[in-house]
Ligand binder design. Structure first.
Ligand SMILES: NC(=O)c1ccc[n+]([C@@H]2O[C@H](COP(=O)([O-])OP(=O)(O)OC[C@H]3O[C@@H](n4cnc5c(N)ncnc54)[C@H](O)[C@@H]3O)[C@@H](O)[C@H]2O)c1
Ligand SMILES: N[C@H](CO)Cc1c[nH]c[nH+]1
Ligand SMILES: [Zn+2]
Length: 429
C-alpha cells in the first residue's frame, strides 16, 4: 500500500520529483471542470449553484441561506460535551490569534511631521468550511476567530451539506459558538464562485479564505484577482522527519491521521533508520484495519504515500525543505536542533508528543495551511489575512519647504514636471 524507497541523495531526490509530478497531473485534470463551474455560476447565479448542489451533494435546496432559527433548530441535539471541547479549543485559538493583532500606528517625528499606518478589518469576507466527506466544525473556529480578532465587518460562511445531503449539526453549532454573521449551505467550486461574483442571494465578498478539496482550492486559485484569497489550502499533507528515537506506532498513526482526509492527501516519512522505516510500515498495515476510513487511507497512501530511507538527517532536512509540506512532524531526539533549518512548512510539530491532530484541534495555532509545495511562499491563515492598512502623512508648511528642493529634483529627474510643480507652487505662492 505504501512505497518504500531507499537510496543515496540522487535516488531520493528523483523519487521526490516523481511524487510532485503526480500531484501536478491530478490538478491539471480538475482545472477545466472548475473553470466551467465558475462560468456557469457567474452567468446563472443562485440557480446554477443549486443545480451543482443537486449534482455533487445530492442536496436540493429551496434557499441557499440558513436562518439563525434554522441553525439553532438543526443543531439543538449536539452533544454538550462536544460543545464544551469546542469552547475550550476556541479559547486557545482566540488567545493564539489575539497575539497576532497589529495596531494602528501614529509616529510623531518631533518636528511637526506625523506619519503613520491605519489598520482595520476587511469589509466582508467569505469563509469556506469543508464538509464533503467529513464535517469540519474545527475549521469554522480556525477561519472565523482570526477574522473576528481582525474586526472584519461581516463574515459569510459557506459549507456543503456533505454525505448525508443534510446540514451538519456540529458545523452549525460551531458557527453559532463562533458567532458567524451569515451561513450559506453550498460547497465546492460553485460556492467559491458565488462568493467571488455575488448572486441574487449571496453577497459578493472582498476575500475568500479557508481550506477545501482540490475543487475548492482550484476555484480559489482561478478566482484570484476577481477576489483576494488567503492561500492554496487543498488536500491535507503530512511529512514526518524521524530519527531512531521515534516510535513507529506513533508515526504510523500520524501518517494515517492526514491520509484519512482525502484520497488526494499525502503522507510521507523520511528517516535515516531502515529499521524504523520497516517497523512503521508494519504498524501502518496493522493499524489501518482498525480505522473507519480505511478505504480512503489506503487510496491516499497508494498514490501519495511514501517512506523514504535516506543517508542522514541532514538529507532529511534538505528533502523536507524541498517538499515544503503543509504539516511537518519532527520526531527526533532533539527536535529543536532542526527547527531553525526547516524553512518551508505550514506548521511544524516538535517531538514525540506533539502529533499533528493536536494542531488540528486544540493547540491554538491555525490549521488552515498551505499545501502542494506552496509553503515555500504562503503562511498559515492568520489575523493578517483579514486586515488592510493605509499609511498617512502630515507635514507642516515649514517642513515641506525644507524638503521641497529634494522632491523637485527627484521629480524632474523622472521628467514628471507636474509632480515638481505641485511642490513648487507651495514654495513660491
Ligand atoms: N489545507 C488545509 O488547511 C486543510 C484543512 C482542513 C481540510 N483540508 C482538506 O479539505 C478537504 C475536504 O474535502 P471534502 O471533499 O471533504 O469537502 P469540501 O467541502 O472541500 O468539498 C466538497 C465539495 O466538492 C465538490 N466536488 C466533489 N466532487 C466533485 C466533482 N467530481 N466535480 C466537481 N466538484 C466536486 C462538491 O461541490 C462538494 O460540495 C480535504 O481535501 C482535506 O484534506 C485542508
Ligand atoms: N488536518 C487538516 C488540515 O490539513 C485540518 C483538520 C480539521 N479537522 C481535522 N483536521
Ligand atoms: Zn487533520
Amino acid at each position: 500500500m505504501i512505497r518504500v524507497v531507499k537510496g543515496d541523495r540522487d535516488t531520493c531526490l528523483s523519487f521526490i520529483e516523481e511524487l510532485k509530478t503526480r500531484v501536478g497531473e491530478t490538478e491539471k485534470s480538475v482545472e477545466e471542470t472548475v473553470s466551467d463551474i465558475l462560468k456557469k455560476v457567474k452567468s446563472g447565479g443562485d440557480e446554477a449553484v443549486k443545480a451543482y448542489s443537486r449534482k455533487f451533494d445530492g442536496w436540493t435546496p429551496e434557499t441557499l441561506e440558513l436562518s439563525r432559527t434554522e441553525m439553532k433548530e438543526l443543531s439543538k441535539d449536539c452533544d454538550p460535551s462536544f460543545l464544551e471541547s469546542l469552547r475550550r479549543a476556541a479559547a486557545n485559538i482566540r488567545e493564539f490569534h489575539a497575539r497576532q493583532k497589529q495596531q494602528s500606528r501614529i509616529d510623531p517625528m518631533g518636528n511637526g511631521v506625523i506619519t503613520g499606518q491605519r489598520v482595520r478589518g476587511l469589509h466582508r469576507v467569505g469563509v469556506y468550511v469543508p464538509g464533503g466527506t467529513a464535517g469540519y466544525p474545527s475549521s469554522v473556529l480556525m477561519n472565523v476567530i482570526p477574522a473576528q480578532v481582525a474586526e472584519v465587518g461581516e463574515i459569510i460562511m459557506v459549507t456543503p451539506p456533505g454525505r448525508t445531503g443534510k446540514p451538519d449539526p456540529n458545523i452549525l453549532a460551531a458557527a453559532l459558538v463562533a458567532g458567524v454573521d451569515r451561513v450559506f449551505l453550498m460547497g465546492g467550486a460553485q460556492a467559491v464562485a458565488a462568493l467571488a461574483y455575488g448572486t441574487e442571494s449571496v453577497p459578493k465578498v472582498d476575500k475568500i479564505v479557508g481550506p477545501g478539496n482540490i475543487f475548492v482550492a482550484t476555484a480559489k486559485k482561478q478566482l484570484y484577482g476577481v477576489v483576494d484569497i488567503d492561500m492554496i489550502a487543498g488536500p491535507s499533507e503530512i511529512l514526518i522527519v524521524a530519527d531512531d528515537s521515534a516510535n513507529p506506532e506513533y508515526l504510523a498513526a500520524d501518517l494515517m491521521s492526514q491520509a484519512e482526509h482525502d484520497r488526494l492527501a499525502s503522507a510521507i516519512l523520511i528517516t535515516n533508520s531502515e529499521q524504523l522505516a520497516a517497523e512503521t510500515v508494519k504498524a501502518l498495515y496493522r493499524q489501518v484495519e482498525t480505522l473507519s476510513r480505511k478505504e480512503i487511507i489506503e487510496a491516499s497512501l497508494d498514490r501519495f504515500g511514501a517512506v523514504i530511507v535516506c543517508e542522514s538527517m541532514e538529507q532529511a532536512v534538505e528533502f523536507a525543505n524541498d517538499l515544503a509540506p503543509e504539516h511537518l512532524e519532527v520526531c527526533c531526539q532533539d527536535p529543536f536542533e532542526y527547527l531553525g533549518r526547516l524553512d518551508n512548512a505550514g506548521s511544524v510539530f516538535l517531538g514525540h508528543y506533539s502529533p499533528e491532530p493536536l494542531g488540528d484541534y486544540f493547540a491554538g495555532a491555525n490549521h488552515v495551511l498551505p499545501t502542494g509545495g506552496t509553503a515555500r511562499f504562503f503562511s498559515p491563515l492568520s489575523v493578517d489575512d483579514f486586515i488592510k492598512k493605509s499609511s498617512f502623512i502630515y507635514y507642516p508648511k515649514e517642513e515641506l519647504l525644507k524638503a521641497a528642493d529634494d522632491i523637485i529634483r527627484l521629480a524632474e529627474t523622472e521628467e514628471l514636471t507636474a509632480h515638481a510643480n505641485s511642490i513648487r507652487v507651495r514654495k513660491e505662492l
